[in-house]
Design a protein around this ligand. Structure first.
Ligand SMILES: [Fe+2]
Length: 317
């Protein structure tokens, strides 16, 4: 983990901002977590109070989501959304987008701002299905939101007034791939995702869009990452034997991480906020360290669609 030392809500301190932004981007891409002290990114006390009063029992889904593009809040079981809660959630999303745009200049022109989420439920001993469990190490892949090779960057804030949010992480994908047993797991996911059967299903899903049925248009890479998410969670040996690092993010702390690269699990904590971004491949500083590059290298073939293509290239690399 590295710490942000020269940027805050007020902007960059007296440094070469361009060079420092590239440095932080590269460190993140290579699998570092960037820790942001509570003094550098603040959630106002009134918003904090509005967010903390939400009752977790009213949850309909795993988390509560907020879509910055539409303003829609999802995941609440109640018939109406508390106005103060909704506006505090929207302000957090806008504030974190502004903060990250100033910090990560190389990305912000071409990134896709994704959903924000709020996690009001205590994670310790939370009862969820195997693939939904947060306490098992995994890399992120979203079933309904394929990236086609763009990377998943997430900005988290621990809103709890007293308790830390406790994470476990493992080595990033490129380091794991250097070990034979984990490379085999990734290769297996890549092979299944590029199989004729998997491509046929993907083509059917694409065809459904032409008759008005909206299904996610997943590239081979997206299918491989969904498999890797499940493969990591379902592999007891991986969970037991892989390298592990424990992190405690204190009250008010924030942190940034590429969650498609760094296997992570949440062991304990309540009241985390988060804003996601999809980082375009063209804006990466170290594209060779992306999970796409690693899995394509292992599989020996291209696994994404190029701009303007309706189906992905199937040729060898
Ligand atoms: Fe995750």
């Amino acid at each position: 983990m590295i710490e942000l030392t020269d940027y805050s809500e007020a902007g960059w301190s007296n440094v070469d901002a361009r060079a420092r932004a590239r440095f932080y981007c590269e460190q993140l891409e290579r699998g570092e977590i960037l820790f942001v002290d509570a003094s550098r990114f603040r959630v106002p006390q009134s918003d904090r109070a509005a967010l903390l009063k939400i009752a977790p029992l009213s949850l309909r889904q795993k988390n509560i989501s907020y879509a910055p593009s539409t303003g829609v809040i999802g995941g609440l079981g109640g018939s109406s959304t508390d106005e103060d809660f909704a506006s505090a959630f929207a302000r957090y999303s806008a504030h974190s987008i502004r903060f990250c745009a100033g910090l990560l200049g190389p990305y912000s022109d071409s990134w896709r701002v994704e959903l924000a989420s709020f996690r009001p439920v205590e994670e310790h001993d939370r009862q969820l299905s195997m693939t939904e469990r947060n306490d098992l190490l995994h890399v992120d892949a979203f079933p309904g939101r394929p990236t086609n090779g763009a990377r998943i960057l997430r900005f988290f804030t621990n809103l709890h007034p007293h308790d830390a949010r406790v994470w476990l992480t493992s080595d990033p994908i490129p380091s794991l791939a250097a070990r034979q047993e984990y490379a085999a797991m990734m290769l297996d996911c890549g092979r299944i995702a590029t199989s004729a059967a998997s491509r046929a299903i993907a083509n059917l899903m694409r065809a459904a869009a032409h008759v008005g049925i909206a299904l996610p248009d997943r590239s081979s890479y997206d299918r491989a990452m969904l498999r890797l998410h499940d493969a990591m969670k379902g592999d007891a040996e991986f969970q037991a034997d892989c390298p592990k690092y424990r992190h405690e993010f204190g009250p008010g702390a924030s942190w940034l991480v590429f969650t498609d690269t760094v296997p992570h699990a949440v062991l304990a904590g309540r009241f985390a906020l988060e804003q996601s971004f999809f980082i375009a491949r063209d804006s990466l500083i170290a594209p060779e360290s992306s999970p796409l590059a690693v899995i394509e290298r292992l599989a020996g073939r291209a696994m994404t669609k190029q701009a303007g293509e309706s189906v992905e290239r199937q040729g060898a690399l």
